[in-house]
Design a protein around this ligand. Structure first.
Ligand code: KG4
Ligand code: ZN
Length: 347
């Protein structure tokens, strides 16, 4: 199989990558848009315009670094949902343009599938495995049983876990995104100072809930006079919050493992997988159950185009590509019938 070009524009990362047919990365680039920090969150219209501004140059750059012209490609793929529709239209429109102009195949990849299959690129793991997908926009637990065979075991009933980190970051007066800043602050926090709720801990299934925890942090913060919190108090709150999240995630993962006894590996992906305390908590759960624990390298945990190219390669190997009529979708559940691949392998 010749190389595949892939594009990722579903949220606030503009990314492009070229992989050869075996999944070797020939070139990759990611631009995390900083323009949203002033607004305290991603502004969809700004994101779409920034994708439009950066994508053509970035694609030219990765193609040049890969030493390829478009005619040397097997296919071109783009994240086509779920995500912010403006960015999805930019990315999939660009990919379709290349595919049409050069007569090569197009794949509109489900962004969640790209996260889900990354561990097969980085660690070559076999199906079935368990995936905790935890980011600013996603918070779900999935049984990954084959390409296109995804069973949703549970998910958040309110906020995504990364969103909770971002909101707590805001409450503590930290910059955006809050996750990395909360983790840094928590490192100097006293774990015994504050006790915060652990939503759904011990409850059957593997749903998540974070809004009550976030509200508990808001109440703690509201007890202080207006203005910046004393530094140690902020650190203690950050630590209590992070410990509560790690405990909840470990508990939910334990339940999920019991729901898929055939799984041999627990995989964590998404931006929140960058959090060391959470990784360690999950690693412990996997170890106790005799399972391997895999967290892809950080650059492949957050949004990137390498994972999109890899998902495309997995699909191309099964003879799947998409029509140029395929429309990008802001919502696109992984367990829908449209994800299915004829005769997908289960090993
Ligand atoms: O996967 P990602 O780059 O983008 C999507 O949301 O799709 O994830 C970003 C999210 C943000 O909410 C950010 O605060 C969170 O991941 N995050 C973290 C850490 N690094 C990033 N949360 C906790 N601890 C971290 N070290
Ligand atoms: Zn993502």
């Amino acid at each position: 199989m010749r190389p595949v070009l892939a594009i990722e524009t579903s949220c606030d990362e503009t990314a492009a990558a070229v992989l050869d047919g075996d999944g070797v990365v020939l070139a990759e680039a990611v631009l995390s848009q900083r323009d949203h920090a002033a607004f305290g969150g991603v502004v969809p219209e700004i994101a779409a315009r920034a994708h439009l501004a950066h994508l053509p140059g970035m694609v030219a750059e990765v193609m040049a670094r890969a030493g390829l012209g478009f005619d040397g490609l097997e296919a071109v793929a783009a994240s086509s949902g779920p995500g912010l529709i403006g960015g999805l239209i930019v990315g999939s429109g660009f990919a379709k343009g290349v595919a049409m102009a050069r007569g090569i195949r197009f794949l509109g990849i489900n962004h969640l599938e790209a996260h889900a299959l990354t561990a097969r690129l980085t660690h070559g793991i076999a199906f079935p495995y368990l995936l905790l997908l935890v980011s600013g926009g996603h918070c779900q637990c999935l049984a990954i049983e084959g390409v296109g065979q995804y069973r949703r075991l549970g998910g958040t009933i309110d906020d995504a876990v990364g969103e909770a980190f971002d909101k707590v970051g805001k409450l503590l007066g930290l910059g955006w995104p809050g996750g990395p800043a909360v983790e840094r602050l928590a490192a100097s926090g006293d774990p015994a100072r504050f006790a915060l709720p652990r939503p759904l801990l011990g409850r059957a299934g593997c749903d998540f809930s974070f809004s009550g925890l976030k509200t508990a942090v808001a109440h703690l913060v509201a007890a202080y006079p207006a203005g910046p919190l004393p530094a140690q108090d902020a650190a203690d709150i950050a630590r209590a919050f992070q410990d509560a999240v790690a405990a909840v995630m470990a508990d939910r993962a334990r339940h999920a493992l019991a729901m898929v006894p055939a799984a041999r590996t627990l995989v964590v992906a998404g931006g929140v997988a960058a959090n060391t305390a959470i990784r360690l908590a999950l690693e412990k759960v996997a170890g106790a159950a005799g399972l391997d624990f895999v967290a892809p390298p950080l650059r492949l945990c957050g949004d990137n185009a390498v994972m999109v190219a890899w998902a495309a390669i997995e699909r191309l190997r099964l003879g799947v590509s998409n029509s140029l009529d395929q429309a990008p979708r802001p919502r696109w559940p992984l367990d829908g019938a449209d994800m299915r691949v004829p005769a997908a392998p289960t090993a």
